[in-house]
Design a protein around this ligand. Structure first.
Ligand code: XIL
Length: 362
C-alpha cells in the first residue's frame, strides 16, 4: 500500500517536471560532438534513463541526437526491487526491457541498478525470518539478473550497505539477517544468475576517507573479491562545485584499483547548490555555466588520466529538466517541491551546455 501511494505521487511529480516550462531558458549548443565516440578509447559514457515507468520514456522523450551520444545506459528507477517486483511473484518488466532493448539497438552497454538496497525495496521482501528473506532475495536476483543474462555489463549488486563508520545496521536486509552476510549472499546469487556480468558494490560519499575505508574494510572482511565475485566499486559521484577535491577523487580511485578492483563513476551529477537546502532558486547565469564547465572539465581530465582504472562514467540523467536534484536537497526527496538545478550535460531545452563542449574538447 505504501509503495502504491509512493508510486502515484512519483507519477504525478514526474509528469509535472516534464510539463513545467524552463524557469530561464539557457543558451545552449545545437551542434555538438558525440561524447560516447570521443571517449571510446577511455571508457563508456552513460546516462540514467527511464523506460516508461512514471510515464516517461527517455528514448522517445529526448531528441535522437541527444540520446545517441551515450554509449552506456542504466535504469534510473525501473530495475529497483520496489518497481520491478512490487508484489511477490509479480514482475514489471516493460520499462526495464525498453531500456535494455534500446541500449542494445544502439550498441551501448547496460549497467544494472540495483539488486539489493535498503531504499525502494518492497517491505514484503524482507519480512519474516532470515531464511524467508534469504529465499526471496535469491528468487528476486535469479529472476531479475537471470532475465538479462549476458546483456548487462555490470550489476550494482548491493547499493549503499554502509555508513561512514560501519554497516548500515538499520537496513531491512541487515535487520532481518542480523549481520552483513546478506551482502555475500547477494553477490553469490548474482553470480549464479549472470556469471558474465561484472559485479559491483555501489555507494555515495565514497570519496570521503572514512567511508572509503569502511568500504575497503567491508570488502576485506567479507572476502567479497576472493570468495564472492566482486569485480569493482561504483562511486555514485553526487558531487558539487567545490567538493570533493581532485586529490580525494584520485585517492579513492587508487584505493580500489590497488585492491585489484575496477572503478566506475556511476551516478555523476554536480549540484550547483552545494548541499545548501535553504537558499532560493538560482538561474543558470553565464558565470554559473562557466563554473560548471570548469568543474566538469577538471573532473573529466582526471578521469581520462585514470582511464586504465576506470571502466565506466555515467551521468545520473541527461538534461536539466529531468534530474532528481530538482527535488532532492537536505538529504530529502521533496515530492511536492521543485527547485531547478543544473547538473546535467544538456539544458532544459535539450541543447548541449558549455560543460558538454568542455568535456568533449580535449
Ligand atoms: C534516485 C532517483 O534518481 C529518483 O528518481 C528516485 O526517486 C530516488 O532514487 N543513489 C542511488 C540512486 O543509488 O538509485 C538514486 O536514484 C539516487 C541516489
Amino acid at each position: 500500500m505504501y509503495w502504491a501511494t509512493a508510486a502515484l505521487i512519483l507519477v504525478f511529480s514526474f509528469g509535472c517536471d516534464l510539463l513545467s516550462p524552463p524557469k530561464e531558458p539557457a543558451t545552449g549548443f545545437t551542434e555538438f560532438g558525440n561524447i560516447g565516440e570521443l571517449y571510446e578509447s577511455y571508457f563508456p559514457i552513460g546516462a540514467a534513463v527511464s523506460g516508461g515507468e512514471y510515464g516517461t520514456n527517455s528514448f522517445t522523450y529526448y531528441p535522437a541526437n541527444v540520446v545517441s551520444v551515450f554509449s552506456s545506459f542504466v535504469a534510473e528507477n525501473c530495475m529497483k526491487p520496489a518497481l520491478i517486483q512490487p508484489e511477490e511473484g509479480t514482475f514489471e518488466w516493460d520499462a526495464a526491457d525498453v531500456i535494455v532493448d534500446a541500449a542494445e539497438a544502439r550498441g551501448a552497454v547496460v549497467r544494472g541498478h540495483t539488486l539489493v538496497w535498503h531504499s525502494q525495496s518492497p517491505a514484503w521482501m524482507t519480512a519474516g525470518t532470515k531464511e524467508e528473506a534469504r529465499a526471496r532475495m535469491r528468487a528476486h536476483i535469479l529472476a531479475v539478473a537471470g532475465r538479462y543474462t549476458g546483456r548487462i555489463s555490470a550489476w550494482d549488486v548491493v547499493n549503499e550497505a554502509v555508513t561512514d563508520y560501519g554497516y548500515r545496521t538499520d537496513s531491512p536486509w541487515y535487520t532481518v539477517y542480523g549481520d552483513a552476510s546478506y551482502i555475500q549472499d547477494a553477490f553469490d546469487y548474482a553470480y549464479e544468475a549472470d556469471p558474465d556480468a561484472k559485479l559491483f558494490y555501489n555507494d555515495y560519499g565514497v570519496v570521503n576517507a572514512s567511508k572509503r575505508n569502511t568500504i575497503k574494510n567491508m570488502i576485506t572482511e567479507l572476502r567479497l573479491k576472493e570468495d564472492h565475485h566482486l569485480a569493482g566499486v561504483g562511486i555514485q559521484a553526487h558531487w558539487n562545485l567545490n567538493w570533493p577535491s581532485l586529490s580525494e577523487i584520485q585517492a579513492t580511485i587508487d584505493t580500489f584499483s590497488d585492491m585489484g578492483l575496477e572503478v566506475q563513476f556511476t551516478e555523476l551529477d554536480i549540484d550547483v547548490y552545494g548541499g545548501d537546502g535553504s537558499i532560493a532558486e538560482t538561474v543558470l547565469t553565464d558565470d554559473l555555466d562557466e563554473a560548471l564547465a570548469d568543474r566538469y572539465g577538471e573532473i573529466f581530465a582526471l578521469f581520462r588520466q585514470n582511464a586504465e582504472k576506470i571502466t565506466n562514467v555515467t551521468f545520473w540523467g541527461i538534461a536539466d529538466d529531468h534530474t532528481w536534484l530538482n527535488r532532492f536537497w537536505d538529504s530529502t526527496y521533496h515530492n511536492d517541491e521543485f527547485r531547478q538545478n543544473y547538473p546535467m550535460p544538456f539544458n532544459t531545452n535539450h541543447e548541449a551546455k558549455r560543460l558538454y563542449m568542455r568535456i568533449t574538447d580535449f
